[in-house]
Design a protein around this ligand. Structure first.
Ligand code: SF4
Ligand code: SF4
Length: 445
């Protein structure tokens, strides 16, 4: 094992708040009476349903086909009956076509769709197609289809796989528990992606607040001689692809570029754990580990949740307290607040953070003018000028933000907002600006 004491310059180290769940083993949440499976839970095109209203489905059975190369299929998270295929509210606040399944509560909920396959002898193109068939996407929150990342662009060469086990957002312990409890599956997942991208080596990167996880991965009998482990100094936002590539390999991902341009492919630990478990059995992704935590729940924990479980059901089982005021999907730095408790839990949701009046009342409500203190500039890990970007956003100069000030490089880590003494919601302004730029480009094309 390698120990890297260094980290990157800038960024922040907010209070971790991980003590409530980090030592709690993963527990299975019961199956909800009704599950809602949105046909778009990932970046790319929605899946196309291959079941009908009224049809019985078995847990693990494919219920929707991938809608193109940048898309993945969906599998039944429970044994039950399809009661509707209709538009339902998603976690992002838009209406998404979804398959609604009424759970057969008496069913044993065994996964019956399984046909072992030999991943060692599979040619690379078949391996990539088999990965797509699992429906696995980036489970660290990005939800980008994993098989697309495995298809190395023409002219590019990947020499190193980085496995992202940093989990630097406060409160979240999903990846920490997965590393501890599914170390063997992670190593199988590593073998799959290393073969698919043709890399010679893999570095698993975690932080020094998860030394037990690093030990579990290091002592796993499945570890390959080409895999090493880097324990990084705990720092936010180290889990971002650009930052982890810089810290682990000292390679700079160019502006507007991807890690592939510097010979790197980055995968989240939970993604590889699922891939390592599902692919040899030819099964689909039907559940994921979610940290449910915060002062607003009586029973915080790391829960194995069937995809499509309504948020309200999960919160009830985690002991939602009467004084809960705000629910956030993900961590407090990057996670969006949730407006409706009946939205389903989907592939990209890493955590559910529940706050009470005591925390939300401390959040600043008054925004002051920029005092040009420069703290946001010092905090931005990719050397943007958030202060200038904020002023441009205020003036509605969204296009200039992109053309002259690299808005598209901003990965919305929220460090600038966190340090701003004037409480300017910088990252929120940048999200709006990006959205408006996207709409403008779509209208022009
Ligand atoms: S500008 Fe973007 S990348 Fe820089 S600190 Fe703010 S949110 Fe993070
Ligand atoms: S941290 Fe806030 S007040 Fe300071 S320069 Fe940046 S935007 Fe202005």
């Amino acid at each position: 094992m390698r120990h890297i004491a260094k980290t990157f310059a800038r960024g922040i180290h907010p209070p971790e708040h991980k003590e409530g769940t980090r030592s709690l083993a993963i527990r299975r949440l019961p199956f909800a009476p009704e599950l809602i499976v949105p046909l778009l839970q990932h970046t790319g095109a929605p899946a196309a349903p291959c079941v009908n209203d009224g049809q019985e489905v078995v847990r693990g059975e494919p219920i929707a086909k991938a809608g193109g190369f940048v898309s993945v299929p969906m599998h039944a998270p429970v044994t039950g009956v399809v009661t509707a295929i209709e538009r339902r509210l998603s976690a992002k606040g838009d209406m998404v076509r979804s398959i609604v399944i009424r759970t057969y509560m008496g069913a044993d909920q065994e996964v019956l769709y399984s046909a072992p396959q030999d991943i060692d002898t599979m040619p690379v193109h078949e391996l990539i197609r088999a990965v797509q068939d699992t429906g696995v996407v980036g489970l660290g929150g990005a939800a980008f289809p994993t098989h697309v990342k495995l298809a190395v662009p023409e002219g590019k060469r990947i020499d190193t796989v980085i496995v992202n086990g940093c989990e630097c957002e406060p409160y979240l312990t999903t990846d920490h528990r997965v590393m501890l409890e599914y170390a063997d599956d992670i190593h199988v997942g590593i073998q799959i992606v290393q073969k698919a991208v043709g890399a010679e080596r893999t570095v698993i990167a975690t932080e020094d607040n998860k030394l037990d996880a690093a030990e579990a991965l290091w002592t796993s009998p499945r570890i390959a001689p080409t895999t090493s482990i880097a324990v990084l100094k705990t720092h936010y936002p180290q889990g971002a692809e650009k930052m982890i590539t810089k810290v682990v390999l000292d390679r700079e991902v160019p502006s507007g570029g991807l890690p592939a341009e510097v010979g790197v492919a980055v995968f989240n630990v939970a993604t590889l754990a699922q891939l390592g478990e599902l692919l040899p059995k030819r099964q689909g992704l039907i559940e994921r580990v979610v940290t449910i935590t915060g002062p607003g729940v009586a029973h915080p924990g790391n829960y194995m949740v069937a995809l499509g479980t309504p948020l309200s059901f999960a919160l009830k089982h985690a002991g939602l307290r009467a004084d809960a005021t705000e629910v956030i999907f993900g961590g407090p730095m990057m996670g969006p607040a949730v407006a409706d408790p009946d939205v389903p839990i989907t592939k990209g949701i890493t955590g559910i953070l529940v706050l009470t009046e005591a925390e939300t009342s401390k959040q600043p409500t008054k925004v002051y003018p920029c005092i040009k203190c420069g703290r946001c500039v010092e905090a931005c890990p990719i050397h943007l000028n958030p202060s200038r970007l904020g002023l441009l956003a205020k003036s509605g100069l969204y296009e200039t933000m992109e053309t002259d000030f690299h808005l598209s490089d901003c990965f919305e880590c929220g460090c600038c907002t966190y340090v701003c003494p004037a409480h300017i919601p910088l990252v929120q302004q940048f999200r709006v600006a990006k959205q408006l730029n996207r709409q403008r480009k779509a209208a022009q094309s």
